[in-house]
Design a protein. Structure first.
Length: 353
């Protein structure tokens, strides 16, 4: 008799048509786990008709545990902050505690669901993964999660994010000017896009355009349009490397990030980075970015102009970013996750089949 998978990978967010942080983790981590040990892992995804947020959550809570039980699985690994409460052995990845730290940035329905079901999932789970030491501290302090249950696995940067990415094709597709500065993120309060108005004006005087790649999500309270910033809307995942590679600089003035993958993606493309000195961003960027006060628009503008116009600073940031991101690989993240799953599946962990 063929033995079933030991671990079911919860692919609920893999059905979404747009990619942000949680979708990136799912798309990068899960295929690597399956390739690493094909017999151990099985990816389960909802049907297309269950890919909306509400129907996807129903599938996750009711259908997924039933299918995992039929497959004889021991563990469900969920990568997007939630897990099936009816399943007794969960490994869940919680990216941050933003809904606890910044509740006003979210819709009421999202806030209630994640502060109740989301926290209960984490408290019941065998282990909780998170993406930075900052997020670990936040989940302990704000979520009351046992620190002994938490483990940090940092994300990575895929091989398509490189200085050699085809920025000319992307520039033509998006009708970009020859020189531009880029910011990437969803339209929500935490991203602090309004602080970039001063930067946009200063760049315009130098003949540069400030462009923003990102869309609105229903769970976020949106911000008003920022004068002088050209919104590109959602940019296809295949176009992001070229968009980063063609930018004169990248800026992320966000007040709250659990990790800040866009900073790493920009660095891997050889683009100088300016980031806020808040939350996980100093940890993520190390010494490879200019860090600024996100509540000081003039300081943000000055740092961006320095990254763009000062040749020594530009070269230093470019080289430091490329060097820094060599250690941030999805292969390393998958290996660390698999090793942790080894521990959870060992007889000493109280495994039940």
């Amino acid at each position: 008799m063929t033995r079933g998978p030991e671990v079911v990978l919860n692919g609920r967010v893999g059905k979404r048509s747009t990619v942000s942080g949680v979708e990136r983790w799912t798309a990068e981590l899960f295929p690597r786990l399956v390739r690493h040990r094909p017999g151990r892992y099985a990816l389960l995804e909802p049907p297309t008709r269950a890919s909306s947020r509400a129907s996807g959550q129903s599938w996750e809570q009711l259908v997924l545990p039933a299918r995992a039980a039929r497959a004889g699985a021991s563990l469900i690994f969920s990568p997007a902050n939630l897990a099936p409460l009816l399943w007794p052995r969960n490994l869940v990845l919680m990216h941050d505690a933003a809904v606890l730290r910044e509740p006003g940035a979210y819709s009421r329905a999202f806030r209630v669901w994640h502060r109740s079901v989301g926290l209960e999932c984490a408290r019941r789970a065998l282990r909780v993964l998170t993406v930075s030491e900052f997020s670990k501290r936040e989940l302990v302090t704000l979520g009351g999660i046992d620190p002994e249950k938490l483990a940090v696995i940092r994300g990575g940067v895929g091989p398509t994010f490189t200085p050699a990415a085809d920025h000319e094709r992307v520039a033509a597709k998006l009708a970009l000017s020859e020189r531009y500065v880029l910011t990437v993120g969803t339209n929500d309060r935490r991203k602090n896009l309004g602080s970039l108005e001063h930067t946009a004006q200063a760049l315009k005087e130098l003949g540069l355009e400030l462009v923003w790649a990102g869309d609105a999500r229903p769970q976020f309270v949106q911000t008003d349009p920022v004068r002088g910033v050209r919104g590109l809307g959602y940019v296809d995942d295949a176009d992001l490397p070229g968009l980063y590679a063609g930018a004169a600089a990248f800026v992320l003035p966000s007040r709250y990030e659990g990790l800040g993958l866009p900073c790493l993606e920009a660095m891997a493309c050889g683009t100088p980075v300016v980031a806020a000195d808040r939350a996980a961003l100093p940890e993520t960027c190390g010494g490879a970015a200019l860090l600024v006060d996100p509540d000081d628009p003039v300081a943000i503008s000055d740092a961006v102009l320095r990254a763009v116009t000062d040749e020594e600073t530009n070269a230093r940031l470019r080289e430091a970013g490329l060097r820094h991101t060599r250690e941030w690989t999805w292969e390393r993240a998958a290996t660390e996750a698999d090793a942790l799953i080894d521990e959870l599946l060992s007889p000493e962990s109280g495994r039940r089949r």
